[in-house]
Design a protein around this ligand. Sequence first.
Ligand SMILES: *[C@@H]1O[C@H](CO)[C@@H](O)[C@H](O)[C@H]1NC(C)=O
Ligand SMILES: *[C@@H]1O[C@H](CO)[C@@H](O)[C@H](O)[C@H]1NC(C)=O
Ligand SMILES: *[C@@H]1O[C@H](CO)[C@@H](O)[C@H](O)[C@H]1NC(C)=O
Ligand SMILES: *[C@@H]1O[C@H](CO)[C@@H](O)[C@H](O)[C@H]1NC(C)=O
Ligand SMILES: *[C@@H]1O[C@H](CO)[C@@H](O)[C@H](O)[C@H]1NC(C)=O
Ligand SMILES: *[C@@H]1O[C@H](CO)[C@@H](O)[C@H](O)[C@H]1NC(C)=O
Length: 208
Amino acid sequence: MSSKTLLLALVVILAARPSTQDPVFQVVKMGTSVAPAVAKSVPGFSAIDCAMKCAETTGCFGFNWLQNLCGLFNISSYENAWTFCNNCDAFILPMPQKKRAANCTQSFTYYNSNYLSGCESAIDGNRSQLTALCSITQNGPNEWWEVELVNATLIKYVTIYNRQQCCQEWLNKFSVQVDGVECNRVNLTMPFSVANFSCNVAFGSRVR
Ligand SMILES: *[C@@H]1O[C@H](CO)[C@@H](O)[C@H](O)[C@H]1NC(C)=O
Ligand SMILES: *[C@@H]1O[C@H](CO)[C@@H](O)[C@H](O)[C@H]1NC(C)=O
Ligand SMILES: *[C@@H]1O[C@H](CO)[C@@H](O)[C@H](O)[C@H]1NC(C)=O
Ligand SMILES: *[C@@H]1O[C@H](CO)[C@@H](O)[C@H](O)[C@H]1NC(C)=O
Ligand SMILES: *[C@@H]1O[C@H](CO)[C@@H](O)[C@H](O)[C@H]1NC(C)=O
Ligand SMILES: *[C@@H]1O[C@H](CO)[C@@H](O)[C@H](O)[C@H]1NC(C)=O
């Protein structure tokens, strides 16, 4: 998040794809009558064949195999209800284990001996909006705060707990980025206290 000044953020994480080159699929529904909407269908002669085709397809997170066709699912299948499948087995990449922050950094850390103004204050689990307990940068147009998650993850939105004692309107123009790609550009006319900033279905590990 590039921002004018201090902020405190929590990242909501829904799903992720293993980064290894050798994905292991789990059967999530056996003989099911519901499955995710298929993003793409390709010919396939077995479930193993479909697993290989899914692994080779960018954006494929799971598959089913039916009547010589592989139904490939994208990341939306983690979000949405399973909608159809004609009594097939569906396979999907397992959810990641680690949704935690690995580390964080920010453009500048405001100094006050009574304040915990480091980037960690935005992800320490304490959502207090007292200025002394928020991450604080300096005031300017190019300030930013960034967290790196242990595993790449689907980022649907970022919740920011803004400072409460004064100056909430300072955090009014900023962009939300996932792995360097902007997923939201915010330009507020009213100050906020706690708000969600959506990212659609960005996937990555660095949230700024
Ligand atoms: C999550 O990250 C850990 C530590 O880097 C790694 O060992 C593990 O394979 C990752 N898991 C997934 C599902 O990507
Ligand atoms: C995934 O596929 C579904 C069904 O085709 C589509 O509606 C959705 O937009 C796709 N989502 C992404 C993130 O590509
Ligand atoms: C997290 O640590 C890794 C390894 O030291 C580093 O490459 C990365 O830039 C750090 N991320 C953040 C957000 O500080
Ligand atoms: C947040 O931290 C402050 C200062 O350490 C503490 O007084 C307060 O109880 C904490 N709040 C929560 C919800 O943990
Ligand atoms: C923000 O919106 C205001 C109008 O509400 C506009 O005048 C201003 O140029 C916008 N700023 C940016 C950086 O988009
Ligand atoms: C953010 O979105 C989550 C999930 O939809 C919701 O539970 C939460 O209340 C929202 N928070 C705010 C401040 O809108």
